[in-house]
Design a protein around this ligand. Sequence first.
Ligand code: MG
Length: 254
Amino acid sequence: MRKLLTLGILAQLTLSTISFAQTKVVAHRGAFKNTGVPENSIAALKEAIKMGCDGSEFDVHMSADSVIFVNHDAHIQGIAIETTSAKDLAAIKLSNGESLPTLEVYLKAGLKQKKTRLVLELKPSAVSKERGIALTRRAVAMVNSLKAASKVDYISFDYDICKEIIKIAPKATVQYLAGNKTPAELHADGIHGFDYHFSVLRKNPEWIKEAKSKKMITNVWTVNDEPDMDWLIEEGVSLITTNEPEILLKKVRK
Ligand code: MG
């Protein structure tokens, strides 16, 4: 009996180890596509949290007077975020009636729970390289001041932004998005992993094993088709970023 119990505990431990290593689900711009709420809204973040996503991704830009707002594009409703004041941007309503969220409001909403990580994409500036770095410093300072550091992962297409985060927040995790660096190159620069388009990994499938062997994060965007999801789960990537979190959750949690 005692032996059976020990075996049972061992089996449970093994199972929990396996589930820990399972591919995790990141809702791209929140869970917006099948829920009918606007992308990158607080509502989309809440939907991702409600469905139990491991992470919810969102994008940020900085207003003319240095307030950070959550939006994918550099423009919203024809207004350029970087050259508009925070006061004018705060007056913009999304299609669900929600105000265009600031990073502060968005992080505070995300901090009301513990399960879903906040995957913060720092958008490079269209105005200047320096402005992208200034956005990065402000965003990291806000994350730290709200005590959100342990809940946030950073991603960016701009390699200098990735390196800046490592410099100013050595404990933060950073993934690079552009797909033009090998895992060895990222590793040498202290970047914690890649978050690459799935077509990059279709061309360089060996990068997944290489990154895993270096204990790097392997994240893939934006994977919406089931054959691609199945292949990446099989390859054991750490994270898949998707507009279809409902489908992916069913696959990884079965
Ligand atoms: Mg993004």
